[in-house]
Design a protein around this ligand. Structure first.
Ligand SMILES: *Cc1c(COP(=O)(O)O)cnc(C)c1O
Length: 218
C-alpha cells in the first residue's frame, strides 16, 4: 500500500471524528531495506520510527546527511546503558517504562543540556512479558517523571494481540486525560483507524507502508 493510500485512510478516519489533521504518522522502518526507506523519504515523508538504538544508529545518520528535517522516534525498549546514545539520536522516545530509566534520562538531560520529547509506555494489558507501567501505577509514575523535570508529552501502548484493541486505546486515553497529557501514541498497521477514533495523536505504521518485514536468519 502506498504512503498516499495510508494518508487518505488517515484523513477519512480523522474526518469521522472531526479531528482533521490531528494525527502524526510515524513510518516504522525497522528491518526494512534502505531502498524502501528511501522511496518513502523521496515521497517527502520525514517522520520515522525504529525499535533498536543500534539499528537506527547504523542507518539514520547517513539519511540525515541527504535529507533534511528527519524526525526520529524510538519505539522499542531502551536499556539504561544505551540511554545516552538514544537521547543523542532520537527526537522522541516512546518507551519510558520504569523508574530506573527515568532517573538515568533525568541525569543525562542535565549532562547533555537537551532531552527528546518523552512518552510513557503503559502496559494496558498487564502482560508479564511486555514492558510498560501497569495502569494502576501510572498516575504515580507520571507525577514522579514530572518531578524529575522530564518533558513528558503523552502515553503510549501496545495492546495484547488477542484482545479488542479499542478497550486498550480507551484506557490509555482515560489515563492521559486525568493526568493532563495531550498526546497518545497508539495504533499500528492493523488498527490505526480505530486508534484515531479513540484519539490517537501519533500512529506507528510499518508494514502497511513498507510491506512485510523480512527477517533474515543469521
Ligand atoms: C513494529 C512496531 C510497529 C509497526 O508495526 P506494523 O504492524 O508493521 O505497523 C508499531 N509500534 C511498535 C512499538 C512496533 O514495534
Amino acid at each position: 500500500m502506498s504512503l498516499a493510500d495510508i494518508k487518505s485512510r488517515i484523513a477519512q478516519a480523522e474526518a469521522a471524528v472531526d479531528r482533521i489533521g490531528q494525527t502524526h504518522l510515524i513510518a516504522v522502518s525497522k528491518i526494512q531495506p534502505n531502498e524502501r526507506v528511501e522511496a518513502v523519504l523521496n515521497d517527502g515523508h520525514r517522520s520515522f520510527g525504529e525499535n533498536r538504538v543500534q539499528e537506527a544508529a547504523g542507518k539514520w545518520p547517513a539519511f540525515r546527511e541527504t535529507y533534511s528535517g528527519i524526525e526520529l522516534h524510538l519505539l522499542g525498549p531502551l536499556q539504561t546503558n544505551k540511554a545516552r546514545q538514544a537521547m543523542e539520536l532520537f527526537d522522541v522516545i516512546h518507551t519510558l517504562d520504569r523508574p530506573k530509566l527515568a532517573g538515568k534520562v533525568a541525569t543525562l538531560k542535565d549532562e547533555l543540556g537537551k532531552c527528546p520529547d518523552l512518552f510513557i509506555q503503559i502496559n494496558t494489558g498487564e502482560e508479564p512479558q511486555k514492558a510498560g507501567i501497569p495502569p494502576g501505577e501510572a498516575d504515580a509514575f507520571i507525577n514522579h517523571c514530572k518531578e524529575l523535570g522530564l518533558p513528558i508529552i503523552g502515553l503510549m501502548c501496545i495492546p495484547p494481540v488477542d484482545e479488542e484493541a479499542a478497550l486498550h486505546f480507551a484506557l490509555l486515553a482515560k489515563i492521559a486525560a486525568r493526568n493532563g497529557l495531550d498526546n497518545l501514541s497508539m495504533g499500528m498497521s492493523a488498527d490505526f483507524e480505530k486508534a484515531i477514533t479513540f484519539g490517537a495523536t501519533h500512529i506507528r505504521v510499518g508494514s502497511a507502508i513498507f510491506g512485510e518485514r523480512v527477517y533474515e536468519d543469521a
